[in-house]
Design a protein around this ligand. Structure first.
Ligand code: NAP
Length: 468
């Protein structure tokens, strides 16, 4: 791990394993609250260093790190696809996006601007002139999940550095290697020691100690609702950014391009083994095309090849742990007991769980209401778009939604009435670029990521007023 510019190892280690065969690929130190204290102490100085660094130097470092990631793209992809669930082809796409995220962070660094204030608009303030500019907020805690182990780290570290802050990063315990590689790229690109510190270790110890420390000014968290709620309760007076999960809906209307709807929804459901916050979980299909959609969707799903992540022709890898595969097996079995029908899939071998399509999923079951974060998808026939929107909204989440239709009125109805942070028309919910505002309503989160938007959170206005 990286503290005060030094790479630190410890006797007490955590094994990082390939989820396909449980083989140990590396170890990282098991951080302690003392390590967190040292990292935060370093970050206090790191903050002053980055705050005082000219913006053009920050831009150079962020661009330099993006170049290093790009030049070593295959090595980064191999790390993602070995410590995590993604196939090598999926991992390459994540690396390309992480490069973009760093480049956009560099670009946005020069757009952190303020404006003049018309003080003389207030009687009595005639002789005053001034402005506000945006000032970095200080130490930002970045706590990240396993499913995008590189790009979601870039989404926090990139803008935090662009805005002049320092960072204490805690990557997911199961996938810390991609995050550490990104830290190394930033250091190699010239980031001064102490601006970025990374402590590896468990959420309950390392995460907790970071969250509770009053010197941390903002917690930028991406993960599940449960951990998010624990963090909010512990955090005290800090800014909070929460990027949480969802059980994302897609609506398929009778007038849509059916082949496109099937192809893109299958991809959206099973990308990254369904371990994807905007992955398709619930599909509402207008009755007139339900049977055709179901037949085509099941046939396409059966073509997916499940296997080891590094084989070029693997479409879907293992779940992140065998425990997670057993959890979804239990959830599916429970839904089947209550009347759900498995149309394809439903079997587990170690950490591999087949891409699984279900119908007649009972309302209120976990598969229907919770976030599955697994390769399962539910198909529901609906009478019309009103019923689809009502059912899509009848959950505690709201991150993204997709709708397939050629009818502009249906599209606008969905835009108006779906309770979500983003609506994708004629694609599945699983679409994002890294400069757009990204985040959710309800239990899907607080605030927005996307570099320009999170930079508003990671800086604050400072007013300057001259009394002439
Ligand atoms: P998680 O279990 O909530 O963990 C996320 C991070 O929080 C990990 O680094 C974890 O450490 C840490 N953590 C856990 N408990 C903590 C505590 N009490 N204090 C401080 N840190 C704590 O999530 P995950 O299983 O890695 O990721 C899956 C979840 O992330 C899903 O719900 C998914 O939807 C969500 N997600 C959301 C987005 C988005 O942008 N909205 C994107 C991707 C994923 P350990 O690893 O040691 O447990």
């Amino acid at each position: 791990m990286l503290i005060a510019g030094k790479w630190i190892d410890k006797k007490d280690k955590i094994e990082v394993k390939n989820p396909y065969d449980d083989s140990v690929i590396d170890t990282v130190p098991s951080g302690t609250p003392e390590d967190v204290a040292a990292a935060i102490e370093a970050a206090e100085e790191g903050y002053r260093i980055n705050r005082d660094m000219p913006v053009h130097e920050r831009i150079g470092i962020l661009k330099g790190a993006a170049d290093i990631v790009e030049e070593n793209a295959e090595e980064f992809a191999l790390t993602i696809a070995t410590e995590g669930s993604k196939t090598i082809r999926e991992a390459r796409k994540e690396v390309a996006r992480a490069v973009q995220t760093m480049v956009i962070s560099a670009e946005e660094a020069r757009r952190v601007v303020g404006e003049t204030i018309p003080f003389d608009s207030m009687p009595g303030s005639e002789n005053r002139v001034g402005y506000y500019f945006r000032f970095p907020i200080g130490i930002i805690a970045a706590i990240t999940p396993f499913n995008d182990p590189l790009n979601l780290v870039a989404h926090k570290v990139g803008p935090a550095i662009a805005g002049g802050n320092s960072v204490v990063l805690k990557p997911a315990t199961v996938t810390p290697l991609s995050a550490l590689k990104l830290c190394r790229a930033l250091m190699d690109a010239g980031l001064p020691a102490k601006v970025l510190n990374a402590v590896t270790g468990y959420g309950a110890t390392v995460g907790d100690a970071i969250v509770a420390d009053p010197r941390v000014r903002m917690i930028s968290f991406t993960g599940g609702v449960e951990a998010g709620e624990r963090i909010v309760k512990k955090a005290g007076l800090k800014k909070i950014g929460m990027e949480l999960g969802s059980n994302t809906p897609v609506i398929v209307c009778e007038d849509c391009d059916l082949d496109k709807a099937v192809e893109l929804s299958v991809s959206g459901a099973f990308w990254a083994v369904g371990q994807n916050c905007i992955g398709v979980q619930r599909i509402y299909i207008e009755k007139g095309i339900y049977k055709r959609f179901e037949t085509l969707f099941v046939a396409r799903t059966r073509q997916l090849k499940v296997g080891p992540q590094l084989e070029e022709d693997t479409d879907m890898g293992p779940m992140i742990t065998e425990g997670e595969a057993k959890r979804i097996e239990r959830w599916v079995n429970d839904a089947v007991k209550k009347g759900a029908k498995i149309l394809t899939g439903g079997k587990r071998k170690g950490s591999l769980y087949e891409p699984t399509v279900l119908a007649d999923v009972p309302p209120g079951s976990k598969l229907d209401k919770e976030e599955v974060f697994a390769p399962t998808v539910n198909l529901y026939p609906v009478g019309d778009i009103d019923e689809a929107i009502k059912k899509a909204n009848d959950v505690n989440f709201g991150l993204h939604a997709g709708i397939f239709t050629k009818d502009i009125e249906k599209a606008f109805k969905a835009i108006r009435e779906l309770d979500v942070g983003g609506i994708i028309i004629n694609d599945s919910s699983d679409y994002r670029i890294d400069m757009m505002p990204f985040g959710g309503v309800k239990n899907s989160g607080l605030g927005r990521e996307g570099i320009k938007f999170v930079l508003q959170e990671m800086t604050e206005p400072r007013v300057v007023c001259f009394n002439l």
